[in-house]
Design a protein around this ligand. Structure first.
Ligand SMILES: [Zn+2]
Length: 345
């Protein structure tokens, strides 16, 4: 896969992961040869990776390595991309890069772990789920007393916009001050339940066959373990619609990267930014023939304009009807969600 530019930059949507661990092998000066690496607008691309591999090659044995991530300074560059190869020690390496787009102004070092994970997932074959069409990514026109929320699911950016009232407590974090005082914060407009989608895990072979329930009958009941920590249990229901499309149903709990994100402000105040604001069942439709960045996955309720009605999980008693199927959450025991899947036409 080539030319995947990631969109996340800056502190507003900063990743969950902490910074890098120093690797062994020391440093190689990049020198004057660093000129002329940019393509994709203003971004460092595969030539920069090839140069980095060539610099490290005398000191490092690449013969057992499958992929190389080149990380540039996050105070000078943002975003990332993946694609292309480099050759060393008789092997061909897939390459990906983090912090690649030259910033207008140098800034602070930022966290880039989630970007690195996203780009490595491209190396493994996953597509971008966020739209390359910039218009779909723009905040919709303002509505009085409301805030547009952009929720982004998983590692590859399955996103949609919805409106929340300005006083919607689900999105308002509480701040804890060193004095012991507490206060409500501003609405958090970018929840990121970042646990990888069941579909992504299945694509990579990270869900066993026995953990996927393929529904071909007109009526089915499936109990789903949380996608964050499924153990050996069933964690994905899949309803094939035709040769290319499938409805996917999964259970999301406040576990792992779906948990809230702790944040400390410079004045010492702390808060937990909400990500999965409501535990429940996520439903989406995959079209296996739609390309990266062209929205191969759509959340239930997204007709293609990137907008949905509310935070898109179903809780006990709730249901959604799409593509001739009605999916209802019939039970929630705190660990698992049970859904009924009924063909209505
Ligand atoms: Zn990407």
């Amino acid at each position: 896969m080539s030319g995947h530019l990631h969109h996340v930059v800056g502190s507003e949507r900063s990743p969950h992961h902490s910074g890098p661990n120093p690797t062994t092998g020391g440093w190689s000066p990049i020198g004057a040869a660093s000129k002329g690496f940019t393509a994709l607008g203003n971004s460092l691309t595969r030539a920069a990776s090839q140069h980095a591999v060539a610099l490290a090659d005398p000191e490092f044995d690449f013969s057992d390595i499958d992929a190389v991530m080149t990380v540039f300074p996050s105070d000078l560059f943002g975003d990332g991309n993946a694609g292309g190869t480099a050759a060393a020690d008789g092997t061909v390496l897939n390459t990906a890069r983090t912090n690649t787009r030259l910033l207008d102004e140098p800034g602070e070092l930022t966290q880039w772990g989630a970007i690195a994970a996203h780009e490595l997932a491209h190396n493994l074959g996953l597509a971008d789920l966020y739209p390359y069409d910039a218009e779909l990514r723009e905040t919709p026109p303002p509505v009085p007393d409301h805030t547009w929320i952009s929720v982004e699911w998983g590692l590859m950016g399955l996103e949609a916009w919805f409106l929340a009232a300005d006083d919607d407590a689900r999105f308002i974090p509480e701040w804890r001050f060193p004095s012991g005082q507490r206060a409500s914060g501003e609405i958090h407009a970018y929840p990121e339940p970042a646990e990888m989608l069941a579909w992504s895990r299945w694509q990579l072979g990270w869900l066993d066959k026995s953990q996927v329930r393929c529904v071909n009958e007109p009526d089915a009941k499936v109990t789903l373990a949380s996608i964050a920590q499924p153990g050996d249990a069933v964690a994905m229901a899949a309803v094939p619609l035709n040769a290319r499309e499938v409805i996917v149903i999964e259970s999301r709990r406040e576990l792992g990267y779906d948990g809230g994100r702790d944040y400390t402000a410079p004045d010492g105040a702390t808060t937990t930014l909400p990500n999965l604001v409501t535990e429940g069942v996520l439903v989406y439709v995959v079209d296996a023939l739609v390309a990266s960045g062209q929205r191969p996955v759509l959340l239930a309720g997204d007709s293609g304009d990137g907008r949905i009605d509310d935070f898109p999980v179903l809780t006990r008693g709730e249901s959604v009807t799409l593509r001739g199927y009605t999916i209802t959450v019939t039970a929630d025991d705190g660990d698992t969600h049970t859904v009924s899947i009924t063909r209505s036409s």
